[in-house]
Every structure is written in C-alpha cells, then in structure tokens.
Design a protein. Sequence first.
Lengths: 409, 406
Amino acid sequence: MQKALENFRICDFTGQLAGAGATKWLSAFGAEVIRIEDPVRDGRWDILRGNAPFKPGQKGLEHGGGFNNHNTDKLGITLNLRTQKGKEILTELIKVSDAVTENFAAGVLDRWGFGYEALKAIKPDIVYVSNCGFGHEGPYHRFKTWGPIVQAISGLTFTSGLPDQPPAGWGYSYMDHTGGYYMAMAIMLALRHKQNTGEGQWVDLACTEAAVTLNGPAVLDWTVNGTKLRKEDQPHSNRSQFQPMAPHGIYPCRGDDDWIALSVRNNDDWEKLVTLIKDDWTGAYPKESTRLSQQDELDSLVSSWTSGFDKFELEAMLRALPIPASAVRKPQERIDQDSTTRNFGLWPTVEHSAMGKVQVDGQPVQFSETNWHQARGAPCLGEHNEDVLTRLLGYSSEEVAQLAEEGVL
Amino acid sequence: MSVLQGIRVIELANERIAFAGKLMADMGADVVLVEPPQGDPTRGYPPFDGQTGNKSLYFWHYHTNKRSMILDLDKAEDLDHLRKLISQADVLLETEPIQRLAQLGLDYQDTSPENPGLIHIAVTPYGRDAPESDLPQTDLTLMAAGGPPWSCGYDDHSLPPVRGWGNQAFHTGSHFAYMSALTALLYRGESGAGQFIDVSITAALNVTTEAASYAWHVCEATVQRQTGRHAAVVPTGETQMLCADGKHVNTGVPPRFPREFQNLLTWMKSLNLDKEFPETVFLEMGAAWEGQFDLSKIGEDDTITAIFSAGRDGLKLIAQTVSAYEFFVGCQEAGLAVGIIYSPEEVYEDEHFKARGFQASLQHPGRSEPVRYPGAPYKLPASPWSLRHPAPELGEHTQEILSSLE
C-alpha cells in the first residue's frame, strides 16, 4: 500500500505527549520523522523516556511504556548541540527536511541558535511548528505548562465535575493528546500551504488557545448574553449541556465500581425506558419538562433501578429498546474484551529493540488507499545515528563512530 | 491565501461532525452544509441569542464560514443535486447510518468513478463495518464506551465517573476526521488520488486516554480516578488547591530543583509565612541541595521525602493566603508550572489571550455590535485562520449553489 506522507521528512525535537503525539500520526502515515535527542542528558528532556509503566521484569532508559507508545516508527538520533559539530550536523539535517517541530518552553530553540530566522536562513521554505502552552508571544509566554495546567487555564477543568464538589477535571492529559492533534493539523496545514505555494512559515501553536475553542458555545453565551458559567454551583457535566435530555447521566450498577451511561433524548426514548423499568414512579414523569425540572429526583430513582443490574446486561437491554446507553468501560473491557476496537485493528503490536513486542495505541481511522502502519517501537537512544548520518548526510560509518567517540552523538 | 481555499467540502449535517466542518471552513474551505427541509436539529439547541431569543449560539459556533443548502434526500430531484454536488467536491464529510449512502447510490464506490479525487470521510460511532454504529448514541454514551469517564471524577468512588463537558466525544471524532482530510489532501497533492476514510469515534476516544490504555498494554495495570488529577495505578498526592478567593488552582508538579525551593522560600518570606510554617527548615535544605534531587527516592529516603512534602505544603499554605490569580502568577514567576482553574468566560477575558489577538469577531446581520468569538487554534501567518461570515440561515445558499451546478 502507498504511504500518504512518504515524501515528507520531519526534523523532530518534540517530546512528552503534546509533541510526540503529533509526529506519531505523521510517522504512522509514512513521513520520515527523525527524533533528535540530547546524548548528555540521555534524552531525558522527554520525561517519558525511561519512565513507568514498564513491562514486567524491565526497567530503565529504553523501556518507558508511554515513550514507546507515542514514538512508534520514528527514527532516533543523538546530537550534542553544545558542540560546534553537533550544530553543523543539525544544520545539514534541516537542509534536507520539510519541517522542524518542537514543544519546548518558548525560546529554547532560539537560544540554541535555531530560531525561525536561523532555520529560514538554512532552508528558506522550511516549515517550523512550535507548540507550547501559552505560545511564543504574549504576557505569559515565559510561563510553563503541562496538560493539566492547559486544561485548568482553558476552562476544561472547571467544566468537568459534579455539583457540591470541586472541579473533577480530566483524569489524564486530554490537552496533551488534543494539543498533539492540533500540532499535527498545524504541521499538515503548513505542509499543504508549501505544497500549494512553495512557501514555508512558522506556526505558533498555543495549546491553551486550541483548548478554549473546545468550549465555544459557553464562550458565546458569555460574549453575547453575558452569562457566566461560574455560579454558586459547579456545572453538572454528566448532564446534557445543549440538547435538553433527562434522564442523562452515569448511574451505578451491581459490581465493583461499575457504572452505566444512558440518555433519554425525547418522549419516545422515555416511553421505551418505562417499559423496561416497569415501576409506578415512572408515571410521574411523562413530560419532558417535568423530567428536566426534576432531574435530581429522577436521577436518584433511576440510580436505584440501575443499581440492581450488571452493567453489561443492562447495556444489552437498553440497546435492545434501543435508547442511547453504554457501560462505563474499564481499560481491560475496551482493549481486551471489546470486539469493536479489536475488529477495527486499533491495537497494533510493534517490535521495540529493547522491549521486544509491545501492544500500542493505533490510529482510529482506516484509509482505503494509504492506510497507516505501525510496526516499529520507539527508537532507543541514538539507534539510528548511523542510518541517518550515512544515508541522508553522506557520512561514512567510520566518521559516525568517530563523532560518537568525540561526544558529538 | 488560506490553506484550504478552493477546497469544496460537502457536509451532511449532523452534530457529530459539525466541528470537523468548522475546522476546515475556518481555514478557507468552501463547506456546504446540506440540511433537511426542517433544518439541522442543532439550530434548536441552547444557548440562544438573548436578543432574538431563538438563534442558537451552539449553531453559530459550529457553523462559522459555512454555506447552507436544503436538500430532501427522499426526493429524486434533490438526490440528483447531491450526486452532482459530490461529483464536483473535494471532500465528502458524513456520519450517516452505515448502509444509507449505498442505498441512495451515493457511497464511495458509486461516486468515485466519476470523481476519482474525492476524499470521502465517514465518521461513525464504531466504524463503517460495525453494526453497533447504527445504535442511537449521545456524546455521553460514546464517551462511556470509549474510555475517558473511567479516568475522570473523584477520589471518592461512591461518586460516579465524570464526563467532561462540551461534547468532547464529537470533538475528538472531528479532530481525527480533519487530520484524515489533511493527510489525504497532502497525498492527493502528490498523486491526484482520492480515497475512502473510515473514522470511528469510540476508537478515537480509546486512543485519547493516555496511561489508561498504555498501562494496560504494557503491564495490565488499571488506573483509578482521583480528584482533579491524573488517574493512576498507585495513588498520588493531591494537586488541586482552594485559594483564598474561593477559586481553585492546579499545582502540577511541586518544587524539585534547588532554585524552585529557594523561590518558594523567598515568596513565603515576602508574605510573612515562613515563621509560622513548621517545614521552613526543609525548604532551606531543598534550596541548598547539591547534586541530583532524586524524586524516585520519595518514600524511601526520609530527607528527600520531607523536602518534597515541604514544597507541597508550602504551596498549600500560600494558596490559603492569596487569590487564585496571584497564586498562578506567583508560582509561574517562581518557575513552577501552575494553573488557575478558570471558567470559559474568565479565560476568554484574560489579558494574555487578548494580547495574542485570540478574541475574534464577526458582524452579524441585524446586530449593531460585532459578536466576539473564540479565535484561531493555531497561527499560520502565511495562510491564516479567519472568520469570514456567520453561520448560515437555513437554506441561505440553496439557489446560489444550485445555479452553480447547472
């Protein structure tokens, strides 16, 4: 099968998830992504390198589970940019690349002598995409972020939770994942512009801005109507914010921390649900307006009903009606026991030089002509030094060995 | 020139994919929203514009820069119009029931012979080959199926898992639809060939759950939800704190470098908190630490554990004394990645975002003042994001588009 992006080469400084997740998409579609790591600090500017989770019996720099998951099919080289020779090699690599990508704090690449102006001098049509929490300009451009900080600033933490409770936020870095998606979009948009016009550019991506756009209707309710979401009560985010629906929530089931989500969109759904509940109390709620205005009472009645069922049995019964319903799936239930993810080919197994075979997150798409492919694990430190320097930059194997000895690689 | 100028997208209206269409339209694509005669149901979703009382701000947000066309697909004539429209389009974006387009004679195998460059993107709950895709779904039930709520909620597990607000399941599916469109456009730019793309929303959510998935892949460990911080296999210390003004902050990673301990100490002194803080001595030890401060020794090495805890406790004490905004800025100036937990309206009015030009605006017919919108998610100076016109009225462009088809 053809590879969609095989004509593109990325000189990649990204790390963690917000950056590495972006170039993972590109490499899955055949772009040549060359990760650059610092030999002096053993590549630890990416804190996931060498960090848990580990496969049983493994530990160390080459065994980080998250690092492997986010860096499949990339090439990895080491370059000591404190040395003049290291800078020269980077310059040669930029000359043969289409894009330079990074998610350092603002200004880091510039301090190394590879800011946008320098990059452009090396290769006039270079695409440069920087991804940092607050962007490279503005009063907070020196401030640092992680995914949870981006979520806090942008309103995504505030808008996730239950009343009478503090914000629940997101129990993972939704905005590292999603920031990575926006970075992938930005890289591809800039490559497309270059494909159209031959012109490069610097894309200044601020993850917090991308995140604010994900609460668009709430922002408009503020700018148009002056409505604030900060009120006495924390927003109840398991309820429907837009289309009026009730009941609409996550309800307890029998079993250990087992739950089911269900939504009643209209009177039809409600009438179907009533045939399943078969209890007199449902007679008090024939009207949507009543169900909406008495959601607290309704939720507790629905909870007592759902709590007698196994979540998957109840899911099957609700789906037979059918009304929208799904058990809250635990990792094992959606990865090992869910035919829909397995049939979609969502969990490829890659071969990692040190970790061996490891299952990873694939891509949630299938292309008829140029599908993605993930086969190789994340690169070990400097694993492709010889390949990249000999094949792309014309060094001999002896020269590569010499550079390693001199501490350049 | 915007990147996607000249790209014609046909979007068969549905709330699940509206955001993918917006992302393309805002980068210059000509997105034709095909609506049934009664209009897309989201035209009736709150919140509404208070001035007219019936204009949906939800619809305004998700359909900026698009054109609207009414087509009744139960009528042969309108079906022909759609066929013609697709034959001239670059991208078809749809989330129809899995057999629907084949029944209409408009699936990829029907349309691609006439339009081999067509990029047909089908976004469904579980993929085009899964019968489950035709089950009724909401954002909430998609989320529960795809994994995120398992990781979100509170330390107290008698409280239910939480779904983050804002139809993020639809967004996540839309992000992958858009990334797919860009990937396929880049390929078409080199080869001329289009293709069919099958996007699964629940699969998209499954791979947007961070360690919940890869801790299972790597060592079959299951993360557990915690209040305001990452779900984890081994419980971690709290990171969400309440400040003196009743607002919360997320403290991220507490101090772990000598300079950070020193900055924290200096700040506490300036607030006169160092005298009453019993762990000041440990902060001083942290500030004077030589060599690597090895976080992996927390719990094993008493001194490192005490210094690390002092950092967290010191932050907590400051938080009780200052406002959330002061805490945020003070910590950031001390080099700590901390965030204020803003509501959407608060972040929108924050000076940083204003200074960056994030506030976009658009003139709406019949309104004296322009409407302020969220701005660009990314800045491409050579080929910028833009708001050109507001969401269309129902069928506003039907005639205009039909005549262009003749």
